[in-house]
Design a protein around this ligand. Structure first.
Ligand SMILES: N[C@@H](CCC(=O)N[C@@H](CS)C(=O)NCC(=O)O)C(=O)O
Length: 266
């Protein structure tokens, strides 16, 4: 039996659903409401002590961390190989996925919460917001979450996150000008890993960030017509989140442009 503890709009959950869809694997959904703090419940913490989604449970074995889960899926199930054949391209694939785990995923949390999700959290009331923050197990993340919620785009983390993302998009453009997919000529877990992040930026009305990056724009178009994109992302979209991201994203685009322009002048 294969169970996925996940959330409809979570980028890390989208990433795992994409791998499952590419492999055409049947799985059972255990959907967690992150705004109700399901992921901080005592029962869930026994599966995932980091209090985050996703968690995969395969025949009773628990696997956490979306990058690890996706490699596990590729190892454990038949279907199209999601890791490049050549050792060098496999190393490239891992360099891409490593960058997400080492900071870019956290930056997405900063960008999404500072622009949009802070409003959903604040409307829960003071006691719930504080409980959400104080129950974040990692102290570094806890302070970042606090700043995202209370300071929004004025948080010191916001500017850095935008600049790191812009630099990432340039690296993606450079890689995609040389090969069709991020880690060579084979669609891989690297492409799967970045799909939710481009999707998130699109939902936040930030797709102008790739208007001058034609290879990246084309890569994203190719991704979006795959069957897996429909199954793993489109079919799970939460309209309430989309509306909020559209409204707040439009409002903050000027602040984002200002951050990006300030680096061009230096
Ligand atoms: N490194 C983890 C990160 C997981 C993660 O940050 N998940 C987010 C959703 S994308 C989450 O559960 N957030 C809830 C919270 O931090 O309160 C992974 O790749 O699985």
């Amino acid at each position: 039996m294969l169970e996925l503890y996940h959330n409809d709009m979570s980028t890390c959950a989208q990433k795992v659903r994409l791998a499952l869809a590419e492999k055409e694997i049947f799985w059972e959904s255990k959907h967690l409401d992150l705004r109700a703090r399901d992921h901080q419940s005592i029962a869930y913490l026994k599966l995932n002590p980091n209090a985050v989604v996703p968690t995969l449970v395969h025949d009773g074995s628990v696997i956490i961390e979306s990058t690890v889960i996706n490699e596990y899926i590729d190892d454990a199930f038949i279907g199209p190989a999601l890791r490049p054949e050549s050792s060098i391209n496999r190393a490239h694939m891992r360099l891409w996925t490593k960058q997400l785990d080492e900071g870019l995923h956290a930056d997405t949390g900063v960008i999404s919460t500072s622009i949009s999700f802070r409003y959903q959290k604040l409307e829960k009331g003071d006691a719930e917001v504080r409980a959400l923050i104080e129950n974040v197990p990692d102290p570094v993340k806890r302070e970042r979450v606090r700043a995202n919620i209370f300071d929004g785009v004025n948080s010191p983390y916001f500017r850095e996150a935008i600049l790191r993302f812009d630099a990432l998009l340039s690296r993606m453009e450079a890689a995609l000008s040389k090969s069709m997919w991020l880690a060579g000529d084979q669609f891989s877990l690297a492409d799967i890993a970045y799909t939710p992040y481009l999707t998130r930026l699109e939902h936040l009305q930030m797709s102008e960030l790739w208007s001058d990056r034609p290879h990246l724009a084309n890569w994203f178009k190719q991704i979006q017509v795959r069957k897996s994109y429909d199954i793993a992302i489109i079919q799970w979209l939460n309209p309430k989140y989309l509306t909020l991201m559209e409204e707040t994203g439009k409002k903050e685009m000027a602040a984002i442009r200002k951050i990006l322009d300030s680096t061009m002048q230096n």
